[in-house]
Design a protein around this ligand. Sequence first.
Ligand SMILES: N=c1c2ncn([C@@H]3O[C@H](COP(=O)(O)OP(=O)(O)OP(=O)(O)O)[C@@H](O)[C@H]3O)c2ncn1[C@@H]1O[C@H](COP(=O)(O)O)[C@@H](O)[C@H]1O
Length: 112
Amino acid sequence: MSDNDILSRLDAALAARREADPDTSYTASLYAGGVARIGAKIREESEEVVEAAAEDDDVHLIHEVADLWFHCMVLLGSRGLDSAAVQAELGRRFGVSGIEEKAARPASDGHE
Ligand SMILES: N=c1c2ncn([C@@H]3O[C@H](COP(=O)(O)OP(=O)(O)OP(=O)(O)O)[C@@H](O)[C@H]3O)c2ncn1[C@@H]1O[C@H](COP(=O)(O)O)[C@@H](O)[C@H]1O
């Protein structure tokens, strides 16, 4: 099994946690707190990623990015989505220059 399979395995685990007890599942406790709680964790973990990036400790950086990915996956799970949807979007973008893609966006596109 490749390391990439961990994302789909984790997707399945996170989906199963929708029925779990928040007292025994960290994921279920995040779901119970909704976007406010999950979003707060994503902000916190994002900050920790940036702080780790300023250090010369690759293991710490990888640990913090894993925390951030995990909490983003929980956010997707809370909406009934999963990492496969994000991988599909990255696949759609693959090979398209970010500079060219942004220049081709319609003027009405609200994304920055
Ligand atoms: N991959 C993860 C995972 N990554 C991080 N975390 C938790 O995320 C939390 C992060 O907490 P904190 O912010 O307090 O910790 P921190 O920011 O790393 O702390 P410091 O860096 O400041 O020391 C910790 O409780 C971690 O255990 C995770 N919790 C669960 N999973 C996966 O989710 C599955 C389901 O977990 P449960 O829902 O708990 O059963 C597990 O089997 C795992 O596969």
